[in-house]
Design a protein around this ligand. Structure first.
Ligand SMILES: NC(=O)c1ccc[n+]([C@@H]2O[C@H](COP(=O)([O-])OP(=O)(O)OC[C@H]3O[C@@H](n4cnc5c(N)ncnc54)[C@H](O)[C@@H]3O)[C@@H](O)[C@H]2O)c1
Length: 260
């Protein structure tokens, strides 16, 4: 008997789906039978990602906009419901790192940008999605992308102590627990993944530095960084019924980094 697909007939909104972990999640979820609403700031790239999904037989739509803008975040959710019929799953992958802030910005602009996209964006999309899920009465699963730096402080080797990224991710970890408590009665599960370093465009500037890479690898029990699909597979677990009794969890996907 053929194995049944783990997300057959489900509708998943994936933000940041044009790249990295979001792109890998969109491919994996589509292969597992989900209908995909792929949202991203990058209009052309998200359309191309959706073209690849539909070419492989998936049902997918592209939506462009900025998660940190309330109207866009709410539109992502509404477009998902209008075009695909419902919303069962959200994976909040849209995110930025301080490394890519324009050099001429001062620290306050950098702070606002990183907190707005990572924390406020995750909040806006999750809030809008949870309202639909609770009203529809069919439960749901929200998977947030926190980070190892939403769980532990950064080593002196890497951290400056002035970076808003850990604050944005710590906020996501805590918001995940708070939303899980509030939405549990409506069977809307909310969990967060806390990846270590993953090979994606987000980390390309550091992973391209051999010395940096060697030092970072030496800090990870498994001795290597992650591939995007290793994080996507953890997101699939949390999104699926395999995780039916898991909510409010912050799960490291970090090769053991935070276990030390
Ligand atoms: N790569 C890592 O090592 C790593 C580790 C821990 C956590 N994470 C988190 O995982 C998530 C995905 O990271 P990634 O490595 O796949 O990054 P990525 O840069 O490959 O992809 C992020 C995507 O988010 C989109 N995006 C950025 N700002 C947006 C906005 N305002 N509105 C809508 N879309 C926006 C980008 O266009 C891009 O397509 C992020 O939240 C990141 O912080 C990544």
């Amino acid at each position: 008997m053929p194995e049944s697909k783990r997300l057959e007939g489900k509708v998943a909104l994936i933000t940041g789906a044009a790249s990295g972990i979001g792109g890998a999640a969109a491919e994996l979820f589509a292969a597992e039978g989900a209908n995909i609403a792929a949202a991203d700031l990058k209009r052309t790239e998200v359309r191309e990602a959706v073209d690849r999904l539909t070419a492989s037989g998936a049902s997918a739509v592209a939506i462009s906009g900025d998660v940190s803008h309330r109207a866009d975040a709410e539109r992502f959710v509404q477009a998902c419901v209008d075009r695909l019929g419902s919303i069962d799953i959200v994976v909040n992958c849209a995110g930025v790192t301080t490394r890519y802030a324009p050099e001429d910005w001062d620290y306050e602009q950098v702070w606002d940008w990183v907190i707005d996209v990572n924390l406020k964006g995750t909040y806006m999309v999750s809030r809008a999605a949870a309202r639909h899920m609770r009203q529809a009465g069919n439960g749901g699963s929200i998977v947030n992308l926190s980070s190892i730096y939403g769980l532990v402080g950064r080593p002196e080797y890497y951290g400056t102590g002035e970076d808003p990224y850990p604050a944005s991710k710590g906020g996501i970890s805590m918001m995940t627990k708070d939303m899980a408590n509030a939405f549990g009665a409506d069977r809307v599960r909310v969990n967060a993944l806390c990846p270590g370093f993953v090979y994606t465009p987000l980390t390309a500037t550091v992973t391209g530095d051999d010395q940096w890479l060697k030092t970072m690898e030496s800090m990870i029990p498994l001795g290597r960084l992650a591939q995007a699909d290793e994080v996507a597979r953890a997101a699939l677990f949390l999104a699926s019924d395999d995780a039916s009794y898991i909510t409010g969890a912050t799960i490291p996907v970090d090769g053991g980094y935070t276990s030390q």
